[in-house]
Each structure stands twice: as structure tokens, then as C-alpha cells.
Design a protein. Structure first.
Lengths: 621, 251
């Protein structure tokens, strides 16, 4: 039996919420700025200005003031302090925090409804991608001709660092944020996330971290790229302190989100929702969350050490005091490579979901799909040193790390097997999500193959630090993950808004982006193969033509993203109505009304079959 | 997906916010285990940092630095390294190696034992509530555990002040630096302080909530959650003390 659970929520007037009634994004900004100013004034007054590290210490404390003030202003600290004094939330309070009867205002508040948090993540992801994209355009404009002076070299360095980190943060949350929050709890048959307040905390902490990160552009002097290389960080100005603190805070956000996701799936599934009946997207969410729990502590530690080196003159990465840059490299890449799969796995899982629904077939070899994701997650923690082949660190370990890196192609191959197997002889519905999915498959093949080249030590010795590497990971992040994220957006957009994402505009965006990716990064491969180094603001005339082509391609991608962004905004209120289940899918999120009601279900369903058992009556002609 | 919408409508299913305490408790325990897991990774990374820096011993500077020995600073544990320009003529022509010593093992273990005692008190508090159903004993023991954890914070701050440091003056600007050993101890002790502060917050919460009736003999689950994390902090303190007091100098 397949049915749609309609919900008629009674209108309840209530008076809960307390202080939260007066807290929102505006008060958060005011609180953050006030907190930063107070912390700056205190630090400036108390710390000895003759000490070399004082300016860094003042910057760190100012950043901490921003975070605490922001948390206070948005209402994140209400519940902990209410708990402290023994004042638990009432049901009315909980409903207020969940945004009941608050209309669109709840999107600007510390709202605990997972669907509101999901929408907030969509907006946040678009803002981060937009900001990172603007920086990418600035970088490419600087590089359009050799010796260009669109921005000066210090500003260019800052753009490189902030562009990289913004995009990484955006892609970490691009799928897991919106859909891990909006659809995963419903897919499990849960009424909300396991810890709704922590859910809101993870979102607003990300907002606070992003604010801090963007501030670094104004402060400047970021010499160290997004990987925050030591000991060059010594040359960076106080922007580096904000940068490191932003990452530290971001890891709090991801840790909280990861714990919440895992607890939701393992403790809140409805009756009959066995692990083998879980939609494959849910598996992707929990595997990525678990991998994040492993990886991000390294991220927070390496940034904490950077801050200590700069503010307390410790010597973790300073050779004269017994430290070493290799420590930074090891800690960073212990996080850095798993992080790639924290980004990739949710996108791939979303595509498994989309491929099954759009081809009207079960996910091909469901267990293989899970094994692929688990295998990828497991192997990803054993490959970090391939980022350090050319640094001279532990040369004898080069061989083993090369092997583990090349082994990654096996679970990656399983992804292709599952995707192609699911689509094979399916009754494929070529709608917008499917189009972007095919874009992913094409780009991910190139990303994967070039990755195998780079895992090979002799080739890596030649190509490391060149534009070839930049092109490779942009095929991973832009060509693959971003395309997957957009496919997921197009797929679940009707569930969020009740409207389709415009097919025509979506396809224009697709072709602009798809052709743009090939133009941009194929020419970048050529620049890299010819020896052009990364991160430089100027270059030799021999790279002139390929860089010109790369920049034109980048503009095409940006044009595509602008079209897509415009479509997302326009269709939110003006798109073609979609109904509750436009794709005739069987998983639970499609069986509740659109938009889903507060707490999702009036009556929790009991699951009796897996979500991919498409009957003949549902096969489209 | 086939579903049955009628056969699973019981009182517990009527809202995630009205679930029975044991269901919520199971979920919260899982979250604590996951947070502890993440914290264990951080601890492992700290241990890696400590052992890596000691193993690499860059330029032999795990516990030493090149410089000009000066008078000992207050406390007797810090060494001074003065800029040759400041003490023109009174310094040796070439810098010599200034060797700093490890932190006091006794003080290190004292902080750990105090942390362990606070964990024991919180555990006893939980048992008093869960087994003996004695709420007043719970309140007293929780308060005591919190105070003891606060003492552990004070000991840790004292330890921080004793970390060997190299101190120099450049053109009237003070420059203080820590060796790799001192740096590692700073992050380990600093992490302990952050955890202890969290414990004090949680302990204070247990005490105040118990005093206000928000925790009682039927509602002892929160005390177990706090105890789980508290015991983990004590275990990690033992682990780091065992590491840093037995493997510190290089022979």
C-alpha cells in the first residue's frame, strides 16, 4: 500500500519561547559585533602592547567575542543556561523554538524544526558558494592575461585562501546540510532530529564561522592558502587568526551535526524501518557523519596549534623551538583526505537515490553501494601522506601510501557500478535531476582517472604544486560534488517548496556549467602539464592561451550558476506546482504532504517493504 | 515504500517531545558515546603531536633552545634567553644550548588524581540517586565533585605557569617562546582545562537542578550522562599523565 499522509495541524496559540521571542539573526549580528567589540576592548586594555604576539591574541579574543556574542544573540545559549538553573523547556517553549505559527520569521531564528534548518542550510550553502564563486571570478580575472594587476598580490593571496576555505565549507554542507536535515529524518520515519536544539546550533555556528571567515578578507595578509601551510603562516597577519578560529568553530558545527545525524538514524527510525530498508541517502548521511567525526578533530587541533603558535609563541610548527612543518602537514591531511569523502559521499548517495527513482528500478546492488561508501570512508583515513609525497617526509612510506591511494579506485569503481547498474535498461526520466546526475558521472570519471595519475609517486613528483592538481580537485569538487548537489537540489526542491525548479532555466544552467567545467579545467590540465605552478598571481607568457581559455570557461560556470541561482529564487514562489510526490517515489519524505507539517507525521508509519519496490502501476510510460 | 499508517499509533508515538525518559536516555547515551569518540580522536591527535615532536626532536630542541642563559625567573622553572644586543658584552660570543627540564611529575599526577577523585564523587552521586534513592546525598556529592574539579582546574593553571619557557627581549619588545616539549604540555594541559571547565558547568548544573527539584530519584538519567563524560575526562587525564611523565626526556 502506498499512500500520502496528509496533515492538518491544529492552530495553537501559545506563549512559550521566553527570551527567544526577541532573538533572531539581527540580534545575533548585533550580539556578535558587540561581543567582538567588548572582547577587543578588554584584550586591548589588558594585554601588554609591547609583546610581539599581542596583536594576534587580541584578534583571537575578538573572534571569540564575536562567536559568543553571536550565540547569545541568536539564542543558542538560552537552553544551556536554563538547564543550568534547573528550568527545563515546556512544551510551549519547544513549539515556539520549533517555529510553530511563525511563518517566514522562523527562518531568521534559532529554529529547531529540522525542515527549517534544512532550508537555512540551502540558503547558507548558496551564500557560501556565491561568495566563493565571486572570489573565483576575481582570481580568474587576475589570471586572464600574464602580468595582470586586477588585484595586488597580497589581496590575491587572500582571495586564494578564502576562496578555497569557503568552497570547502560550502561543499561539506552542500548535500549533508540541506538534505541531511530536511529529508533524512523523514526518510527514517522520525518526527525530528534526535537533538533539535543541537541541530539549530550546528547551523548557526556555521553562520558565525562563515562571518569570521569573510572578515579575514577585510583584515587581509593571508599568505598561506586554504591548507594553512606552516611555517609560512608566520608571515600572515591577524587575518590568519580569524581564519584559524573560523575553522575551529566550524568543526564544532560539523561534530554536533554528525552526532545528531547518527543518533537520529540509529535511535529514531520508525517501526519496520530496518537498516536494510533505509533509503540509500540515509546511509550516505551517516557514513559521512561518522567519517567527519573521525576527521574533524584533526582539523580543530591543527588550527588550535596554529593559534597557540601565534598567540603564545609555542613551537609546534617552528623549527627553532623544536617544532616542524611536517606536523602541520600530517595533522592537516589526516583530516584533509577524509574530508574529501565527507563531501563526496552524501552527493553520491543522493545520486543513488535519484537514479533509482528516475530509472524506476531498485538501487543496483544496495549492499555494494553501502560497501562502496564504507570502503571509501575506511580507505580515506589511510591515504593522507599522498599529499606529502614531495615534502620529503618519510620517503619509505611513499610506496604503501601510493598503494592505499590507488586502492581507493576500487570503492570508487563500485560507485560507478551501482549508478550505471541502476540506470541500465531503466525507464529513465530525463528531468532536471537526471541531467545533472549524468553531468556528475561524466565529470567524476575524469576526476577519478586524473586522481590515479596523481597517486603515482613519479608522476606526482612532476605534477605536484602545478595547475594539474588544481584542475583535478576542481573536477572532484565542482564537476562532481557540485553537480551532485545541484541534482539533489533539483530532486528535493519540490518537496521543500511544492514547486518544480524550472526545467528550461535548469538546463541552460546545466549546459553553461557543464561546458564551462570542461573548458575551464581541461585547459587548466594543459597549463599544469606544461608546468604552470598553482597559487601564483602572475605567470610566464607560455601559459597565456590556456589561462585565457580557463578564465572564459570560469565565466561560463559563473553564468550557469547565476542562472541556476535565479531559478531557485524565482521558482520558490512562482514555479510550476509539483504536488506532494512529483517523481512518484516511494520513500517516506514523498508520502507526507508538501511542505511537510511540523513533526512530519500525525501517525508514525510502519514500514513493510524497501523504498525501491516500484510496482508496474508506477512505471511511467 | 509500503507502510501501514494505522497499526502503530500508541501514546509514545504521539510526538517526539513526549517520549518516555528511557527512550530519550538511550539516545542521549549514544550521543555521549559519539562525543567521547570524537574526543578520543582529539586525544589521539594530541598524543601523536607529543610523540611526533619528541621523535623528530628538530635540531635537538625538544627541551632546549639555542640562546644566552640569563637569571632564572620567579618560580625557578623558567629559563631566560636574552638578546645579545641587550646584554652587550656580558654574553658569550656564541649562543649556548639552554636545556629546560620536564614539568614536575608529582604535580602532574596530583592534578590527575584530583580529577579522578571528582569523577569518583560524581559516580557516587549517581549511585546515591539511582540505587540508594537518596537525593540529598546526590546533591551533596555532585557539589563536592564540582568543587574538586574546580580544584583540578587551579592545579592545571598552576602547571601551565610552570611550563619551561624561553624569554627574550628584542628592542623593548618581549618575546616568549616554548620548546616543543613546553608547547606540547601547553596544549595537553590547556585541553584538560577546557574539559574541566565543561565538567564544572555540568556539575554545577546537576547540583542546582537537584536543589530545584529538576533531578530526582525517578529522573536520574542526566546524572549518568554527565558521569559518563566525567569518567572519560578522568581516563584521558590518566592517559596523558602516564604518557607525559614516563616519556618526556630524550636520552
Amino acid at each position: 500500500m502506498t499512500t500520502t499522509l496528509e496533515h492538518k495541524a491544529p492552530v495553537i496559540k501559545h506563549e512559550g519561547g521566553g527570551l527567544a521571542r526577541h532573538q533572531n539573526f539581527l540580534t545575533a549580528m548585533i550580539g556578535g559585533i558587540a561581543g567582538a567589540f567588548i572582547a577587543w576592548a578588554i584584550a586591548h586594555h589588558l594585554l601588554d602592547q609591547n609583546v610581539r604576539t599581542t596583536s594576534d591574541a587580541v584578534a583571537v579574543l575578538t573572534g571569540c567575542g564575536w562567536i559568543v556574542g553571536f550565540w547569545f544573540g541568536i539564542g543558542a545559549l538560552n537552553a544551556p543556561f536554563a538547564w543550568l538553573v534547573g528550568k527545563d523547556q515546556t512544551r510551549k517553549d519547544q513549539l515556539y523554538y520549533a517555529g510553530e505559527d511563525q511563518g517566514t520569521k522562523r527562518y531568521w531564528k534559532y529554529c529547531t524544526d529540522h525542515k527549517v534548518v534544512g532550508v537555512q542550510y540551502i540558503v547558507m550553502t548558496m551564500v557560501l558558494l556565491g561568495a566563493g564563486g565571486i572570489l573565483a571570478m576575481a582570481i580568474r580575472t587576475e589570471l586572464i592575461v600574464p602580468g595582470n594587476h586586477f588585484v595586488n598580490q597580497q589581496v590575491y593571496n587572500g582571495f586564494i585562501a578564502v576562496h578555497g576555505m569557503l568552497m570547502i565549507l560550502a561543499l561539506i554542507v552542500a548535500v549533508a546540510g540541506p538534505w541531511g536535515n530536511f529529508v533524512v529524518p523523514i526518510m527514517c520515519g522520525a518526527k525530528d532530529m534526535a537533538f533539535p536544539r543541537l541541530n539549530a546550533l550546528s547551523l548557526w555556528t556555521l553562520v558565525a564561522a562563515a562571518g569570521l571567515l569573510l572578515t579575514t578578507l577585510a583584515v587581509g595578509s593571508l599568505t598561506m592558502g586554504w591548507v594553512v601551510l606552516a611555517p609560512i603562516t608566520d608571515q600572515a597577519g591577524v587575518g590568519m587568526d580569524f581564519f584559524a578560529l573560523a575553522i575551529l568553530v566550524f568543526t564544532v558545527s560539523t561534530t554536533v551535526a554528525g552526532v545528531n545525524t547518527i543518533c537520529t538514524v540509529f535511535t529514531m527510525r520508525t517501526k519496520g524501518m530496518t537498516l536494510e530498508r533505509l533509503p540509500i541517502m540515509v546511509w550516505g548521511a551517516i557514513i559521512a557523519a561518522a567519517l567527519g567525526l573521525y576527521a574533524f578533530p584533526y582539523f580543530s587541533l591543527v588550527e588550535a596549534l596554529q593559534i597557540l603558535d601565534r598567540t603564545f609563541s609555542t613551537s609546534f610548527f617552528v623549527g627553532t623551538g623544536g617544532g616542524t612543518g611536517w606536523l602541520q602537514a600530517n595533522l592537516f591531511w589526516l583530516m584533509g583526505h577524509p574530508e574529501v569523502y565527507v563531501i563526496l559521499i552524501p552527493a553520491v548517495a543522493a545520486l543513488f537515490e535519484i537514479s533509482a527513482v528516475m530509472a524506476r528500478k531498485p538501487v543496483f546492488s544496495y549492499r555494494t553501494a553501502i560497501a562502496g561508501m564504507v570502503g571509501l570512508a575506511g580507505l580515506s583515513i589511510l591515504v593522507w601522506a599522498h599529499h606529502m609525497f614531495t615534502t620529503g617526509w618519510a620517503p619509505t612510506l611513499g610506496g604503501p601510501f601510493m598503494v592505499t591511494t590507488e586502492l581507493i579506485s576500487i570503492p570508487t569503481g563500485l560507485f560507478f557500478l551501482v549508478l550505471i547498474g541502476t540506470l541500465w535498461r531503466g525507464n529513465i526520466w530525463m528531468k532536471l535531476p537526471t541531467v545533472w546526475m549524468f553531468g556528475f558521472i561524466a565529470n567524476f570519471i575524469i576526476a577519478g582517472i586524473t586522481g590515479i595519475y596523481l597517486s603515482d609517486i613519479p608522476i606526482d613528483n612532476q605534477l605536484h604544486g602545478t595547475m594539474f592538481v588544481t584542475a583535478h580537485f576542481h573536477y572532484v569538487f565542482v564537476g562532481s560534488v557540485l553537480f551532485g548537489a545541484i541534482a539533489a537540489l533539483a530532486f528535493w526542491y519540490p518537496k521543500v517548496t511544492g514547486r518544480f525548479l524550472d526545467e528550461k532555466l535548469g538546463r541552460i544552467a546545466f549546459w553553461l556549467a557543464f561546458i564551462g567545467v570542461q573548458v575551464t579545467f581541461m585547459s587548466m590540465f594543459v597549463s599544469g602539464l606544461r608546468g604552470m605552478p598553482r597559487r601564483y598571481s602572475s605567470y610566464s607568457f607560455i601559459f597565456e592561451h590556456t589561462n585565457f581559455i580557463t578564465t572564459i570557461g570560469a565565466y561560463m560556470i559563473m553564468a550557469g550558476m547565476l542562472v541556476l541561482g535565479g531559478a531557485v529564487i524565482y521558482c520558490w514562489n512562482h514555479g510550476e506546482p509539483s504536488g506532494s510526490n512529483p517523481w512518484h517515489a516511494n520513500s517516506l519524505e514523498w508520502l507526507v504532504s508538501t511542505p511537510p507539517p511540523l513533526e512530519n507525521f500525525d501517525v508514525l508509519p510502519v514500514i513493510t517493504e524497501d523504498p525501491y519496490n516500484f510496482g508496474k502501476e508506477l512505471v511511467r510510460s | 515504500m509500503s507502510i501501514d499508517t494505522h497499526s502503530h499509533h500508541d501514546a509514545h508515538a504521539d510526538g517526539g517531545h513526549h517520549e518516555p525518559p528511557e527512550v530519550v536516555d538511550g539516545r542521549q547515551r549514544m550521543s555521549i558515546w559519539l562525543f567521547i569518540g570524537g574526543d578520543a580522536i582529539t586525544l589521539a591527535a594530541l598524543v601523536f603531536t607529543y610523540l611526533y615532536l619528541r621523535g623528530v626532536n628538530t635540531s635537538g630542541h625538544w627541551m632546549s633552545m639555542l640562546g644566552y642563559p640569563g637569571p632564572q625567573l620567579p618560580g625557578g622553572h623558567s629559563w631566560a634567553f636574552y638578546d645579545a644586543n641587550v646584554f652587550n658584552g656580558s654574553n658569550p660570543a656564541a649562543p649556548t644550548t639552554i636545556v629546560t627540564g620536564p614539568l614536575s611529575s608529582g604535580l602532574n599526577w596530583l592534578g590527575t588524581v584530583v580529577t579522578a577523585i571528582s569523577a569518583g564523587l560524581i559516580w557516587s552521586a549517581e549511585r546515591a540517586l539511582r540505587v540508594a534513592k537518596n537525593k540529598s546525598a546526590f546533591t551533596m556529592l555532585a557539589a563536592l565533585g564540582t568543587i574538586v574539579a574546580f580544584v583540578a582546574i587551579l592545579i592545571s593553571f598552576h602547571q601551565l605557569s610552570l611550563i619551561p619557557q624561553i624569554y627574550s627581549i628584542h628592542n623593548d619588545s618581549a618575546v616568549m617562546a616554548f620548546t616543543a616539549y613546553g608547547s606540547s604540555m601547553m596544549i595537553i594541559i590547556g585541553a584538560a582545562i577546557v574539559h574541566l571547565m565543561l565538567l564544572v558547568f555540568l556539575g554545577l548544573g546537576l547540583t542546582l537542578r537537584s536543589a530545584r527539584g529538576a533531578i530526582n530519584v525517578e529522573n536520574w538519567y542526566q546524572s549518568r550522562l554527565v558521569r559518563m563524560f566525567w569518567v572519560w575526562v578522568a581516563i584521558s587525564a590518566v592517559a596523558t599523565s602516564a604518557l607525559t611523565t614516563t616519556i618526556n626526556t630524550i636520552h
